[in-house]
Design a binder for this molecule. Structure first.
Ligand code: NAD
Length: 290
């Protein structure tokens, strides 16, 4: 396919490179970063989007997505697909999809899970919202960039799935970290704590696959001095999106709200910025109840 790719940052660059390596003709644009190997550079988002079969965006937030979409939708050819893989608010995803569909385009919101490692290795999970026709058109590209793609429903459903998943992730990481900190203070050996919880009813992805205690369980960012991995800042972004969505639809999410407040404090007034989101464990360890 003839593909435009806008937003070639930590995630977008390896995704675009994988599409090019698979034989697609990829033209890229980013305000700041150079194009990866195999991707032809365009001088603007408009130039990257014009006359492409599919245009993929991988951008920081909903405001930027809306601005880029407003520029490129008018120049995209009818029948082409606009595939946004960024993590953005549900409202922005739906608004952009509506604009695109009004212009005769296919539109999909398809945020990803799997991080930079998944983007490089082509093992991302895509959660997609949009029409069947849109999903079918970009499915071959999901197969190159990822290992799984779930069509979650209509426009916005991909973002909805993403923020619900990451709200669980943030809450669970905090629960795992505070339990380890409590266990430490009770004099419980960390390995014993892991051996019990990872095979008992408290098990979770954060305990079993991404253990926040260094030297325990499979390798994780905790073993690398909490270098991300998945940065606490990005967790905060996703938790905020979950609370924004919860407010919009009047959903009661007290644990999500508490997790958002904790990551906000951790990132904005403590030492969490730039650290992995599992660095909540040393934070809890260093504190008492007060
Ligand atoms: P990033 O900041 O590395 O990349 C974003 C890129 O967009 C930057 O290179 C920036 O220059 C470019 N950009 C900004 N405005 C632009 C514009 N108007 N036109 C063209 N380019 C523009 O971020 P990232 O880590 O690649 O994340 C991208 C998206 O993926 C975000 O929505 C993020 O939440 C989501 N995400 C990231 C991860 C991760 O682990 N990094 C995991 C899952 C999802």
């Amino acid at each position: 396919m003839n593909i435009g790719f806008i937003g070639l940052g930590n995630m977008g660059a390896p995704m675009a490179a994988n599409l090019a390596a698979a034989g697609h003709d990829v033209t890229g644009f980013d305000l700041a970063t150079p194009c990866p190997n195999g991707v032809t550079r365009a001088d603007s988002a408009i130039a990257a989007a014009k006359s492409r079969d599919v245009v993929i965006t991988m951008l920081p937030n909903g405001d930027i997505l809306r601005a880029v979409a407003a520029d490129i939708i008018p120049v995209m050819q009818p029948g082409a697909a606009l595939l946004d893989c960024s993590t953005v608010d549900v409202d922005s995803a739906r608004t952009v999809a509506q604009l695109a569909e009004t212009a005769g385009l296919l539109a999909l919101d398809a945020p990803v899970s799997g991080g930079v490692g998944g983007a490089s290795g082509g093992t991302l999970t895509f959660m997609a919202g949009g029409t069947e026709a849109g999903f079918a058109k970009v499915l071959p590209l999901f197969d190159i960039m990822g290992q799984k793609a779930v069509h979650c429903g209509a426009a916005g459903a991909g973002q909805s799935a993403k923020i619900c998943n990451n709200m669980i992730l943030g809450v669970t990481m905090i629960a795992t970290c505070e339990a380890f900190a409590l266990a430490d203070k009770l004099g419980l050996d960390r390995q014993k704590m892991f051996d019990v919880v990872s095979t008992s009813s408290g098990y979770s992805w954060t305990m079993n696959a991404y253990c926040p205690a260094p030297g325990i369980g499979p390798a994780s960012p905790a073993d690398n001095d909490y270098q991300p991995g998945f940065a606490a800042d990005l967790m905060l972004k996703d938790l905020r999106l979950s609370q924004q969505a919860a407010t919009t639809v009047d959903a009661d999410t007290p644990m999500g709200q508490a997790a958002t407040a904790l990551y906000e404090t951790f990132v904005e007034t403590e030492d969490g910025k730039g650290r992995d989101f599992s660095a909540m464990l040393p934070r809890f360890e260093a504190r008492g109840r007060g």
